[in-house]
Design a protein around this ligand. Sequence first.
Ligand SMILES: *[C@@H]1O[C@H](CO)[C@@H](O)[C@H](O)[C@H]1NC(C)=O
Length: 295
Amino acid sequence: MYTLVKVSPTPQHCETQAMWTSFALVAAYLSLVAGDVVTNFYDIPECYEFFHKGRIPDLGKDRPGVERICQRFRNQYHFATLYDTHNRIAVYSAYIFERSNGGGRENRWFIEPQLVDPSWHGEMKDGYWLGQDNPGVYLGEKQALNEDYTHSGFDRGHLNPNGHHAVPGRNATFTLTNVIPQNPKLNQNGWRIYESQLTEKFQHCWQAHVLVGAIPSANNWIVKNNVKRVNIPEYIWNAYCCMDGYGRPVFSGGATALNTEQNVVVEHTLDEMVKFLQQYSDTPVGDLFREQCTV
Ligand SMILES: *[C@@H]1O[C@H](CO)[C@@H](O)[C@H](O)[C@H]1NC(C)=O
């Protein structure tokens, strides 16, 4: 849509150009006010870009209680998350790998205001301050809160990892809609090592699209005050598509890890990933990337 704005300014094109320019301005304005929770990921062009060549996976799209979040921080979109408001963990986060520029760990934990009230300002907010500013409003109906994880015995395990981003994208990964209750050993050892191996691999890509998700458990939860608050997923998984500067595929793959002390990450091809995910889906999983990263 935006490329059309670049129509050459010859006289016969002037009117068209003016039209597209104003259309783009309206679209840009709408994307500013549209907020983070959207009906379709393609409602916001900057959000749609996190998906490989416009392929939004079918995975999880019909699961009851899912919401689409365009993760916004400092008025910029950083990644997209399909969030399961019943299990209070994501189905997946979709992102483009960025080279890290260092920087420490963000010390806030963000939540998504529009999952509390759709009329609230989109853009992730520190859950602590959002609570202070809205006394008497329960923030945790549709999402996990920081206190759910406290003393749970589980890490706040990133799906989209902070190490695959430069500031401020790095900060934006510290939203609770992008974390799962992860076994501490797996988070700090096997999965962390796997993430840094990907960092090395992705140095050879002009661009790499990644999906990272979780398979919810049948009935294993972080329970707080006798309430099942956050599903403790059975597996964490990822899938990636690496492209060269012409947008051609260079390599692809994925991995799965049981969310236990076992601390084992198993690498797979994309076809194996689809077979794996299909075991946990009632509807066809389909391609994770455009033509499964073959074009
Ligand atoms: C991002 O996090 C770092 C700590 O790692 C912090 O110093 C910085 O202020 C944060 N940036 C923004 C824009 O909040």
